[in-house]
Design a protein. Sequence first.
Lengths: 108, 116
Amino acid sequence: GEDVEQSLFLSVREGDSSVINCTYTDSSSTYLYWYKQEPGAGLQLLTYIFSNMDMKQDQRLTVLLNKKDKHLSLRIADTQTGDSAIYFCAESALRLIFGTGTRLQVFP
Amino acid sequence: SAVISQKPSRDICQRGTSLTIQCQVDSQVTMMFWYRQQPGQSLTLIATANQGSEATYESGFVIDKFPISRPNLTFSTLTVSNMSPEDSSIYLCSVEEGRVQGYEQYFGPGTRLTVT
C-alpha cells in the first residue's frame, strides 16, 4: 500500500542548511509536496515538484527527487529560527498521502 | 491561492454530542477535502466532498459518524457525531486548485476538538 516515511526530528544551527528527507512507495505519484506546520497553525504549502523533474529551486528551498529510489528531499538554505516547524512531505496519485512529519528545531 | 476559513477554531465537547464544523472558501472550487490530525500525528483523509454528489469516504470513515454537506462551490460542513474522547483531533478542510504547473492543495487553519 501507500506509505510515506520521514525521520522524526532534525536539529540545526541557525545559518546552516537543513535537509529533510522523505521516502515514498507509490511509483504512480504524479506530484510530491512539502508542507510546513507551525505550532497551533494549519498547513502551509511550501513547494511541490512534478514527478518527471529531479530538482526544483525556490528561493531558499531546493527540492530533489530521485524517482528511481522514491526519495524526496527538502533543503532549506541559511536556516532561520522562523523555520522551526513540522515539515510534511506528501505524495499524490489519486489523493494526498502525508508523511509522518519531521520536526525541525533551529537553535542559535 | 484560495483563502480558507473554518468555524469554530476550537471547541470542547462532551462525549455523546455532535459538532458541526464549517469551511468557507473565498473562491469557487470543485474539490474539497476533510482531514483529521490526531495529537502528534500526521494527516489522514476522511473524505472528499464534491458539490452535487455524495462525499466519498476513505477506509475507516463512515457517513453515519462523519456526515458531510457540500451545498455549493464555496462551502462545506463536517459533522462529528456521537463523539468520544478518541475523536479529539484537529479537523482540517482543504481545497484543490489547478495551476499550469500542477495541482495545489491548500488547507484551512483547522478546528481543534477536545472531547471530554
